[in-house]
Every structure is written in C-alpha cells, then in structure tokens.
Design a protein around this ligand. Sequence first.
Ligand code: SF4
Length: 355
Amino acid sequence: MNASSEQPAATMDAVGNAAAIRHDWTRAEVQHLHDLPFADLVFRAQGLHRANFDPNHVETASLLSIKTGGCPEDCGYCSQSAHFDTGVKATKLMEQESVVETARRARDAGATRFCMAAAWRSPKECDLERVCDMVSAVKGLGMETCATLGMLTPQQAARLRAAGLDFYNHNVDTSPEFYGRIVTTRTLQDRIDTLAHAREAGLKVCCGGIVGMGEQVEDRLGMLMLLANMPAHPESVPINLWNEVAGVPVNDTAERPDPIALVRLIAVARLLMPRSVVRLSAGRQYMTDELQALCFLAGANSIFIGDVLLTTKNPQRTRDAELLDRLGIRSGLARAAVATAGPAPRREAAVDDAA
Ligand code: SF4
C-alpha cells in the first residue's frame, strides 16, 4: 500500500471544490489546466496546495554524489555519462565515514532529508552492501534517507528498504515521446519497472524530470501526465531545470524555459498530484527570487539546499535562508539558524522542521 492509496480519494481545495486523487488524466484535461488564465491557474493550485500542505512550509533536502562519473548510460543531459567528454572524473564509491559526516553537516545546516546518488546503470552486489550500511548510518542521524543508484531488482529494493531507506529516486526525465531523443541505453519501461520494484519493497518514490532540454510544452505536460497516471503518485516530484553542462548532446537543443511557463508547469503538477511534494531541484541558480516565490505560490514545497548538486551549482544556503525568511516560509534552514544563534523566542514561532 502506498501513501496515496491510504488516504481518502478526494480532498477539498480552499474554495471548497472536491479534488479527486486521479490516475486517469487525459491530454486534453491537462492542456486545459495549463492554458487557464494565469491567475485562475495559480489560484486553483494554491487552493489545492493549502488543502493538503502547510502553504508556509518548504522541505529542505540535501544531495550528495557518493560515486561520481564514469556512468555507462548515455543520458544526453548528464555530466557523468562516460559517453561524453565533460571533464568530470570518475571516482570510486565514497567511504561510509565521509558520507555520514557530510550528512551530519547537512542535517546541522537544516536538511531533513539526505539523498545519496551514485552514477551507476545499476548497483553491483558488493556496492549495494556498502550503500545499505551508509543508509542505516544516515538514518541513525535522524534524517529521512533517499538514494538514487540506477535500476534496481526487486531484491535490491527490498534490501535498501530493510536498511532504512525511505525514498528511492528514479526520474522519468521527460515525456514518453521525447524520451528517445535524450536516452538510448535504458528504456522508459526499464525505469517504470524499477519504480514498481521500489514500490513493492515499501519504498516511497521520488520521481520527476528535467525541463529546458529542447522539449516542447506538450512534452513537459506529457511528463507530468505520465507521473500522475502511475498507479500511485510519487511522494516527491522533482522538477529540474537543465543545468548547463559542456560537452553533452543536450547543449545542441537546450532552451531555457520561459519563467511564466515554469510557474504554469508547477501549478499543473500541484493540480495533478495534490498530495505530492513538488521540489524545485537542479537549476535554481537560473531562477530569480521572484520566480521561486511564484513557484512556491503555485505549489512547489521542497528545495535542495547546499552549494553543489552532484556536479553542478546550487544557490547558496544564505541566499535560500534569506529568501524563505522574506516570504515567511518555515523550513529546516530556519531551525538550523536558530540552533546556531541560540535561543531566540521571537523567531521560534516561525521555526518548523516538519517534513
Ligand atoms: S544514469 Fe544517472 S549518472 Fe548515469 S548518465 Fe544517466 S543521469 Fe547520468
């Protein structure tokens, strides 16, 4: 059983409209939502967001590359693929001690979830054993745990779950129609199979994609439809802006999305998957504070914190803390700031690390 199916099938938005948890969205319906007048779209998304989440809270997660580069897959956007000359050096799997120390620092800096990423097609047995030990140790710090290790067998998913893994990240990347333009070494069905194995093992699913690779708006909506029509909605939906990487094929097709189109996409994600956490993931360094604020208004409620995401940049922690503070949004960043500064009764009311 998953989180979505444990809950009632409908929820009320802020204006009292029943919003069913659906898995049968049609293209016409999704396009209709997307094309609503901007104010109507954002109002509906914010209403549904409020019905399901604290609108003034954002989840803060941290991401660490525990094994970088040398990946045999050919994802056309990725600096870590061995198919492209990107200058990223392949490393070995990190030692557990370093991973746990990084997680501890991330927790103390305000992260509530720690995601461990390895550039593999799928984990080897000996590597999985070591990752399971890392997961257990990070879980012992009191953090939510997430891993992204490539394709998993049902047995591997079960072992990760037994080790204390909460979430498995495996993105669909883009629409079924555009997928073949981006990746050829693994099929979309391969990915869907791994997501099913994660689900069967009792793991929560983190699954989203990337925009700005040259896809059309219809592809972005197709990606959201693919996610929303899964048997259970992913608990986390990361929306990444393609991070510029020299030497990869996506350079030839990439086009930065119009900011308003991005807000529309977030709002549609919120409407299609009312109880999923929608994360502004990679590429936030290309977003102004004002654009991020609009995305939060449209239903985004998670960010990655830290200076680096795998091999690319991320807004600095202080900039994030200042932005969330300006917006009156609570997060683990505020909790960490209070812990560092010592007791501050007037600010404590604004501190909340609930994930
Ligand atoms: S599987 Fe992951 S690490 Fe490997 S090329 Fe694709 S995105 Fe990069």
